[in-house]
Design a protein around this ligand. Sequence first.
Ligand code: UT7
Length: 325
Amino acid sequence: MSILRSQIAGCGSYLPARIVTNAELAQRVDTTDEWIVQRTGIRQRHVAAQDETTSVIGLKAAQAALADAGMQASEIDMIIVATATPDHTFPATATQIQAALGIEGGVAFDLQAVCSGFVFALATADKFLSTGAARTALVIGAETFSRILDWEDRTTCVLFGDGAGAVVLKAAPGEGTLADRGVLATHIRSDGRYKDKLYVDGGPGSSRTVGFLRMEGKEVFRHAVQNLAETVRHTFAETGLSGADIDWFVPHQANRRIIDATADKLGIGHERVVITVDRHGNTSAASIPLALAEAHRDGRIKRGQLVLIEAMGGGFTWGSALIRW
Ligand code: UT7
């Protein structure tokens, strides 16, 4: 049966130049490099310059993805930006990137699912492409979490970083089998009962301020390992695949211990896991496309290989997707 598949045509990323090490943070708050590395695996993170807003860094990632795809911006039908740190409450950061790319047609909008945003945006774009409603899409994860961190709170400020990643999706015919290139399965979930475990304590409709990120780390950790394994098992059940079939596991990069525990639960060897959390920290919706772009660029992820992505974030939200590269 011939169907439409959303194939990855290109992938790119951007990281702000400024690097903040654990040692530098230890001068600001009561923490140590040893504690941060042992509990999270994070050694450093990138922090955006004053003029580097989410749309600025998202644009750079989008341009890199378009160049990798060998495509012009004018060929893009749809832009989805996954972000929890938009430049403005409105208009959408996606429309700013659309304008900066010189695109006048099509549609651009933001999607808010915090750290799960890229998986949600990919799943959304895939629905448009696989039904023929759009032919091409730019899916961008871009964040400037440094702007919503309480730099006095050691339990959160050491965990996050800024960055952006993007993929270009192109609809192409497939046979409807797992041998097709493109997005093969997506699974997204949310459960708002856990809102208070990870949230920002401000917003235009409540405090009229931007607010700061607040988290009950231990609780989030517990749910993360459980929910991430659940969403991937759902994808495995749907496709009949197992951890042994996955060439590259590219998880959301929140904490090395969560990544290792999830890979172990799923039977995925650590040599097949892409890790960036040590150098990027948790970049929320940007972490997966940043990791994809790195492993694509250095030749680890090859055309035709099976790539599994998963993420969990505030809401709670969580999800996974299986892609044949
Ligand atoms: O992307 C969205 C999803 N987010 C996540 O997945 C994050 C999930 N959670 C985590 O990654 C971990 O829970 C953390 C890394 C945030 C914390 O690790 P933990 O092993 O759960 O530590 P904890 O929160 O239980 O804290 C242990 C101790 C506490 O001290 P007491 O109460 O035992 O005396 C904290 O006050 O470590 C203390 N602590 C710190 N010490 C030095 C907390 N933050 C720091 C710090 N430096 N930065």
